[in-house]
Design a protein around this ligand. Structure first.
Ligand SMILES: Cc1cc2nc3c(=O)[nH]c(=O)nc-3n(C[C@H](O)[C@H](O)[C@H](O)COP(=O)(O)OP(=O)(O)OC[C@H]3O[C@@H](n4cnc5c(N)ncnc54)[C@H](O)[C@@H]3O)c2cc1C
Length: 554
């Protein structure tokens, strides 16, 4: 007998681990099948087991409890400008890169003349959705590397040099020149102290080293206020060249093998995203190579930004699913007042209500992923242009309030750092802030409305048709049209419009593909009904048991 034991641990839920993040996620499986990635289901099930293992969650914990450290100098005062990560971070990178999450959608480029693989973006998104549940911070360089490819392709000889290393499914965390590396990652440097949204205010200068022009070498002097994953092998940066703001590829090593002049000033002390390093950096006559024409910096980097916006939505949906699954799992095991929490009417309303947003977020994120696969199709191309800001805005903005409510379902355990809930809660606001924060997404939507009426027409026609069989969807569609036809007040109403479009789109996808008990409840509570500011309302007649079972099979 242990004389020091005062009690037995009772009524605590077992750890939520060793779960297959694919096969237990019915909503994800259906979204992947529906949007064209079904042929990869077997592979995704293998990856789901890897990401949901106890070892994976433990890796995620260790990577975040041991944040990266900047080493600006060696012991003798020589510059190093390197960041050291915990081994758990490197393991996460190796797992995600072996799965190809940093570039699998571009692998056809390795074979001359090959076409993009059908469903490649949907499959990659499914991988990212699960990898982010293992650990969110390392997805930053994974996302940026994948998104850098279309911008690099604007300068074919530079793309030819970098793509073989980008497409390699191997993580090489060493600080060495490209030629010595087995695989490469790419970051992005746009934000400066005086402006992140307004990159035209960038003061960093790029001076031609010779005659200048596309693909030529430039000397870059200035700073970036946020530059994440500084151990990437190169960065797409914006700087003022003689003919205006331009996009350049700035590598960590120069072709002669010497270290390029990036001086890492300090690492940000962040609310969340702690496993990932985000630095302030100075470029002291660093060398970089121009991508495209001088003065075309924003249009040239915008493809990269568009790709990262998709990933923000996918990652937020993945984190919503993780924290929801934890909440349901806990409530199935925890007894309060002689009854399991999941069976208490108030709690089942909350869990089912959360499940509705998680399913809608996943549905929209994967519908958007499909539009990246089929961008040459008129309808998909229009959806990609218009619905990228809409989806990024809505899904990323849902996540923080969602994470808070799901955390509360776990009671005090939710607020403690040892569980995943606190980490998810600190992580999710980031997806809304970076890669274009809320108002910037609303402004991007307005830009499409003003400059690309045909794009708007295609999406609106599709939504009208999808809404036509449901009276509540039809009424909501009329409200969206009303907002669209009031151009005078459009900027003031940007957020109302973007949210209305998101809920309309989600409602149409759920109506067409989800069980009626999900679609009915989503449409009744999100598209009509009384005003609500918190979760757990309006589902008194809904089949909350079925909704919870769908979200996480018992
Ligand atoms: C952890 C982290 C990592 C990051 N990593 C990188 C990175 O790797 N590379 C990089 O380049 N940047 C990075 N960023 C920077 C990030 O992209 C910017 O912070 C973001 O774009 C916002 O820019 P800002 O901070 O200058 O804010 P501002 O541009 O000043 O915006 C402040 C607020 O004003 C709103 N706003 C802006 N314009 C308007 C308008 N016209 N009307 C109404 N509202 C408006 C914005 O939506 C925002 O809410 C990172 C940021 C964080 C937090």
């Amino acid at each position: 007998m242990n004389l020091f034991a005062t009690h037995e641990v009772l009524n605590q839920s077992p750890p939520f681990e060793d779960v297959n993040l694919f096969t237990t996620d019915r909503v994800l499986i259906e979204a992947v099948n529906r949007e064209g990635g079904g042929s990869a289901a077997q592979r995704l099930a293998v990856f789901g087991e890897i990401c949901g293992s106890a070892a994976a969650f433990e890796r995620g914990r260790r990577a975040n409890e041991n944040p990266p450290r900047l080493r600006p100098f060696d012991s003798k005062g020589r510059r190093l400008d390197v960041v050291e990560f915990h081994p758990a971070y490197h393991e996460c990178m190796a797992i995600s890169m072996a799965e190809g999450l940093h570039g699998s959608a571009w692998e056809h480029l390795a074979e001359p003349g090959a076409k993009p693989r059908p469903g490649a973006n949907v499959v990659r998104s499914a991988g990212c959705y699960m990898a982010v549940q293992m650990e969110a911070g390392h997805q930053c360089p994974i996302t940026m590397t994948n998104a850098s490819v279309p911008t690099l392709l604007l300068q074919p000889e530079i793309a030819a040099q970098w793509l073989p290393k980008i497409l390699a499914r191997e993580y090489d965390g060493s600080f060495s020149p490209l030629g010595a590396k087995r695989g490469a990652t790419i970051g992005m440097g746009m934000t400066e102290k005086q402006g992140g949204t307004d990159v035209r205010a960038n003061t960093t200068r790029a001076v031609p080293a010779g005659s200048g022009g596309p693909g030529a070498e430039y000397v870059v002097t200035g700073h970036k206020w946020f530059m994440s994953a500084p151990m990437c092998d190169a960065f797409l940066v914006l700087a003022q060249a003689p003919k205006g703001l331009s996009c350049l590829l700035l590598p960590r090593f120069l072709p002669d093998g010497s270290v390029n002049a990036l001086r890492l000033q300090r690492l940000k002390d962040k609310l969340g995203n702690r496993s990932n390093a985000s630095c302030e950096v100075e470029f002291q006559s660093a060398h970089a190579w121009l991508i495209g024409e001088e003065g075309r910096g924003v249009p040239n980097i915008i493809e990269m930004v568009t790709g990262t916006r998709l990933d923000c939505a996918v990652a937020s949906a993945g984190l919503m699913r993780l924290i929801l699954a934890n909440a349901i799992h806990h409530c199935r095991h925890r007894t309060v007042f002689q009854r399991k929490l999941v069976d208490q009417p108030l709690m089942s309303q909350v869990l089912a209500d959360l499940a509705l947003d998680a399913e809608a977020a996943t549905a929209l994120a994967f519908r958007l992923s499909r539009s990246f696969d089929r961008a040459s199709d008129r309808h998909a191309g229009a959806w990609r242009r218009l619905m990228t800001p809409v989806t990024k805005y809505w899904v990323c903005k849902l996540a923080p309030a969602f994470a808070y409510e799901a955390m509360e379902c776990l009671g005090g355990n939710g607020y403690v750092e040892e569980g995943v809930a606190a980490r998810v809660y600190r992580e999710v606001p980031l997806n809304a802030i970076w890669e274009g924060s809320g108002n910037v997404m609303a402004l991007d939507l307005l830009r499409v409305l003003q400059r690309e009426p045909e794009t708007v027409e295609v999406v609106i026609d599709d939504l009208r048709a999808a809404a036509s069989g449901d009276a509540q969807l039809k009424a909501h569609f009329a409200r969206v049209e009303g907002l669209l036809h009031e151009p005078r007040l459009l900027e003031q109403r940007g957020r109302a419009l973007i949210e209305a479009l998101a809920t309309l789109a989600a409602g149409t996808v759920l109506r067409a593909h989800a069980p009626a008990f999900v679609a009915d409840a989503f449409i009744a509570t999100r598209l009509s009904g009384s005003v609500r500011q918190t979760y757990g309302q309006g589902l008194d007649r809904a089949d909350t048991r079925a909704m919870i079972e769908r979200a996480l099979p018992a």
